[in-house]
Design a protein around this ligand. Sequence first.
Ligand SMILES: [Zn+2]
Length: 464
Amino acid sequence: MKILVASFQCESNSKAKLHPKRSDFEYFKGEDIFKKLVVKEIFEKEGFEVIPSIYAVALPSATVPLDVYNDYSEQILDVVRANPDVAGVYIFFHGSMEVEEIGSGELYLLKKIREIVSEDCLISLSLDAHANITDELPTYANIISGFKTVPHIDQKECQERSAKALCYCLKNNIKPYAYMCRVPFLLKNDTLQTVYEPLKSLIEETFVLENQKDVFTANLFLGHCWIDAPNTSASTVVCATSKQTAEKIAKDLANKLWATRRDYKFLCEAELPEECVKRAIEGKEKRIFITDSGDNTTAGAEGDTLGLLELLIKANPTKKTCVAGITNQEIVERFWAVSDGEEIKLSIFGGVTATVKSHGEILGWTKEIIGRSLTVSIGNVDAVFTELRSAFIEKGNFDKANVDLLSYEIVVVKLGYLFTELKPYADRELFALSDGASCVELSRLNLKRIKRPMFPLEDFEWKA
Ligand SMILES: [Zn+2]
């Protein structure tokens, strides 16, 4: 019996401006996809023949253009067409890929696959915990398993769970039933972390449920508030031997998740940008970080907003300050030939005199060098401009940019929470509730296509 394997992922952000290009996807084909996926051994150990297709994964971006989507989805469909007799299909998706003109990229591809394979073929998925589940997804997938950690550290375990359940069902001739219960609740992504309550206990409960003999997977999906689509919300999905079991457990979990809706809080001081700048300047701590959460480049934003830089320049702090990773190709290009120490005139904020401080490089997601950075000083405020979108997630990013992180007392980065690697350098962390493509204030996102009512935009009673 054959199992076809694929992965196609890009978390979408409706407000972001940069649409992913073909070249933005990390891409492998054939056997090479198992450099990235762990399921091959599981399937082979159980005696299945593995048919690899492709692995195409891009960083969070604006919606996926249809031609880019078709290019990769057709490659997967070609392998399905060449193997219409597959007993199973395993796909590692994100679950929040929004494609121009067609909506959910995951659902569209599954429908196409279902047109080719037999009725009995079982489809098993692994999804990100931030997946926005479409109503029809369980109609096309038999097994759905999501990450149980936020921030995500269990991608491997999630793949294993989906793969093992698929093997078990195929070997025992079981057709599992997937039930989805939508929970009308959409929370600020950055308030949801699984190491803290209330999510911690809810996740533990899903593990207990999965130990039941007739339950294959039990999942909480938290949704992804930066896509304006009808499927944007939290949900629970349970896969079991019968519809009754799956439905009962999914509804029960949904009610428990709903009951916690008021319990999610930011894990550090979260304030408007003006207040963050004030607190950073007045703070007694040695080094204070401000995260520009509305322009979080790890969440699909461009990293090009200048709001915090402007506030800091106006505040003219006596503390040494750095704003790191502002995407601005024009500034880097225009002043790259200027030597360190020389004065330049920037056209931002109606004209600002600055001094070139250092020339450097920027690192891509897999730590390869992807472009140049130019750091300029405006009084005590240093601004690191990058010619491409970047994420300053660890000290190594500052080192490559030729910027001495340890010399600063205030550091602004374009992230939500600080990445673990930066935390040792932060004596205090301020989460700036800034505007932008990754703004965490739901009321300011102007979502028009989501289902209503939706907590916390509306406060109402609900029961699954
Ligand atoms: Zn996620």
